[in-house]
Design a protein around this ligand. Structure first.
Ligand code: ZN
Ligand code: FE
Length: 257
């Protein structure tokens, strides 16, 4: 199985996973670039997976389906380009011979889902849309800090080698914030340097891994003393409760320049 992020718009990735003949794509916000990439590689589009309803993840679905007859699988409780197979947490989906687990990860949107497969070659794979980013997390458009923290905690419980396929190249901006709130973190400093080199060569910083994100991502570290202290110092109304720390970090990030 080969994994490749097809770039779209200014900072989206449309992930493609293929076996040399058939492909699945995740969150196609547009169709032209990814259809061209599939044709170039002689691949047939088998399945489209969707994590949530935002247009930059769904606007290419109708045209890709029309051109290929691909099956579409998406969240049970969000407005979606019909027809599709609707799934929710606890469901399993077989795609290209792989057994995907569906996870409910509300927070960015109310019905956001993620797709996880344990046996995918080199390491497990996670398609998490706009929930977990490298060094950051999605904005809370429809969910509460408590929901998002719960979703991220569930993702952090996946095996360390799990490849994290997020939908945006937000890593460097996320790491600038992470360094500001977690300045003593040596792993974060090393990772920032590595990502700067990747971006200087115009290469993706993704996929990341769960093990790495647990070391460097402030939104997976809201129980760490350093982040509790940073949140308390930033907003004295913060309590030591993990949800309160998380909420302060999320609001702080929204205002961070
Ligand atoms: Zn989104
Ligand atoms: Fe998005």
């Amino acid at each position: 199985m080969t994994l490749f992020p097809v770039p779209a718009f200014s900072d989206n990735y449309i992930w493609v996973l293929h076996d040399g003949q058939r492909a699945l794509v995740v969150d196609p916000g547009e169709a032209t670039g990814v259809a061209h990439w599939l044709a170039q590689h002689g691949l047939t589009l088998d399945t489209i997976l969707i994590t949530h309803h935002h247009a930059d993840h769904t606007a290419g679905v109708a045209s890709l389906r029309e051109g290929s007859g691909a099956r579409v699988v998406g969240p049970a409780f969000e407005p979606m380009p019909e027809p599709l197979q609707r799934v929710q947490g606890g469901d399993r989906v077989q795609v290209l011979g792989l057994d995907f687990q569906v996870l409910d990860v509300p927070g960015h949107t109310a019905g956001h889902i993620a797709f996880y497969v344990a046996n995918a070659g080199d390491a497990p794979l996670l398609f998490c849309g706009d929930t977990l980013f490298s060094g950051g997390c999605g904005r809370l458009f429809e969910g509460t800090p408590e929901q998002m923290l719960q979703s991220l905690t569930a993702l952090a419980a996946l095996p360390d080698p799990t490849r994290v396929c997020c939908t945006h190249e937000y890593t460097l901006a996320n790491l600038r914030f992470a360094s500001a709130v977690d300045p003593g973190n040596a792993a974060l400093a090393r990772y920032t340097q590595a990502c700067e080199q990747q971006r200087a060569r115009n290469l993706p910083t993704l996929p990341s891994s769960i093990g790495l994100e647990k070391q460097i991502n402030p939104f997976l570290r809201s129980r760490e003393p350093a982040l509790v202290q940073a949140a308390l110092a930033h907003d004295p109304a913060t309590t030591t409760d993990a949800v309160s720390v998380f909420a302060t970090l999320r609001t702080w990030k929204n205002e961070f320049r």
